[in-house]
Ligand binder design. Structure first.
Ligand code: LLP
Length: 426
């Protein structure tokens, strides 16, 4: 459930009519609902209630500082994957003690920064990373709290580009080598192994792969304990899928996921940490765009929007489906038409939907891409020299621009022409 509903014939974000935001900020623009973010965070809290737990929001899903601050105020910790994300979490008011650091390619500088800000846990993905972290920590007279990310070789049954738990993926340490790596960790002066970490992929719409992975983690935890390691935390990653198309069967809910966690690892007495991103932010955001023009092609009708693949890349990159709805509520039973919905960028990949039945759309109409709050704005670029898409956060009947649209001048001012080219052409 989200808070983007039609009211009096107009799509609203909470109590704000979307045309009001389009007028004030222009389009394209991402619009987030604070109430939806809050509701989704609470669903995870409820799902894990009774278990010692930590919810570490995956910053990569939507890293706007206002979104992070809102979640931090609800009690969320943050799962980060770069120095930039760590700095964002800190800027949003999250203390280092509530930040975990994941990622397969952490640099020495990033590891040092994370140590210096007192990060809660490093999710270590390889032996060379473990050795490097130990050296950096030991040089500071410290022991870095570590969970080793294991690769359980499980098929997450999601899009190949976002599956991470198969042996062929670059992530984690093979389960078969885990005991050896924990033994090495125990011998290193700068490491304190506190847990086990796993993350098998994103947009999972079936709980079975989670079940397989979590059972393997439980088994490993028992073995590691028997070998004398004090495993007290399990970080189960993120990945719970969300409904992108209203007509499809809904994926499992956080409640079902919580029950699965209890069933598979609940008896170990470990603190259970999770790293949800998409489920918290996805349905809490829409991308608001305007129809620039409708063009009749050879046997096809193209609706050309002012949003493009540089603003929302998921359809181009993953063939992802996003429901696209008109902001003016169509009359019940209004005759629809089959259209291709495209952006203005100069490549055919800039297509949001092919042969999509839509209510009639005309130049100047506003449309909303649903379920665009996660992996939307964060993946935006300035391709075709289109200024970075702005973001708005709605809270009840108020809305605030939480990232302004840069002017074209500001965008150009980031480039410099070297002295030897200073003289202008011609
Ligand atoms: N933890 C780790 C270590 C991750 O790599 C990810 C996502 C998450 C947590 C959060 O997963 P979530 O709950 O959001 O599924 N750009 C792609 C998604 C990439 C996900 C990468 N890792 C997309 O637009 O579908």
């Amino acid at each position: 459930m989200d808070h983007f509903l039609y009211r009096d014939g107009t799509l609203h974000a909470e109590d704000v009519p979307l045309p009001e935001i389009a007028r004030a900020v222009g389009t394209p623009v991402y619009v987030y609902s604070a109430a939806t973010l809050t509701r989704h965070y609470r669903l995870f809290e409820e799902a894990l209630s009774g278990l010692p737990n930590g919810i570490f929001y995956a910053v990569k899903a939507n890293s706007n500082l206002a979104v992070l601050r809102l979640l931090a105020r609800l009690g969320a910790g943050m799962d980060t994957v770069s120095a930039g994300e760590i700095m964002r979490a800190l800027r949003a008011g999250v203390p280092g003690a509530r930040i975990v650091f994941s990622g397969v390619g952490k640099t020495a500088e990033e590891l040092a920064l994370a140590l210096d800000v007192g990060i809660r846990q490093f999710n270590v993905e390889s032996e060379p990373e473990l050795e490097l972290l130990s050296r950096i920590a030991a040089a500071r007279g410290r022991r870095a709290p570590v969970a080793i990310r294991v690769n359980p070789d499980v098929d997450a049954r999601t899009h190949a580009k976002i599956a991470t738990g198969k042996a062929e993926n670059k992530f984690g340490i093979p389960l078969s080598r885990a005991c050896e790596v924990y033994a090495r960790a125990a011998a290193l002066p700068g490491i304190e192994a506190v847990g086990v970490d796993v993350h098998i992929g994103s947009q999972l719409t079936d709980l079975a792969p989670f079940e397989l992975a979590f059972r393997r983690v439980a088994e490993l935890t028992r073995r590691l304990r028997a070998e004398g390691h004090d495993i007290r935390r399990l970080d189960l990653g993120g990945g719970l899928g969300i409904p992108y198309a209203r007509d499809n069967a809904p994926p499992p809910l956080p409640f079902d996921y919580g029950a699965l966690i209890r069933r598979t690892v609940g008896d170990l007495g470990c603190e259970i940490d999770i790293e949800p991103g998409r489920l918290i932010a996805g349905n809490a955001g829409i991308l608001l765009a305007r129809v620039i023009r409708v063009k009749q092609g050879e046997g096809r009708r193209f609706v050309i929007l002012d949003a493009a693949m540089n603003d929302l890349i998921r359809p181009a990159l993953y063939d992802a489906h996003h429901d696209i709805v008109p902001v003016a509520e169509p009359a019940p039973g209004a005759a629809g038409e089959i259209v291709d919905i495209v952006g203005p960028v100069c490549e055919t990949g800039d297509t949001f939907a092919r042969a999509r039945p839509m209510p009639p759309l005309a130049e100047g109409d506003l449309v909303a891409f649903r379920t665009a709050g996660a992996y939307g704005a964060v993946m935006a670029s300035e391709y075709n020299s289109r200024p970075l898409v702005p973001e708005v956060l709605v809270h009840g009947d108020q809305f605030d621009v939480v990232r302004a649209r840069p002017s074209i001048e500001e965008m150009l001012d980031r480039d410099t022409i070297p002295g030897w080219l200073a003289e202008s052409a011609g």
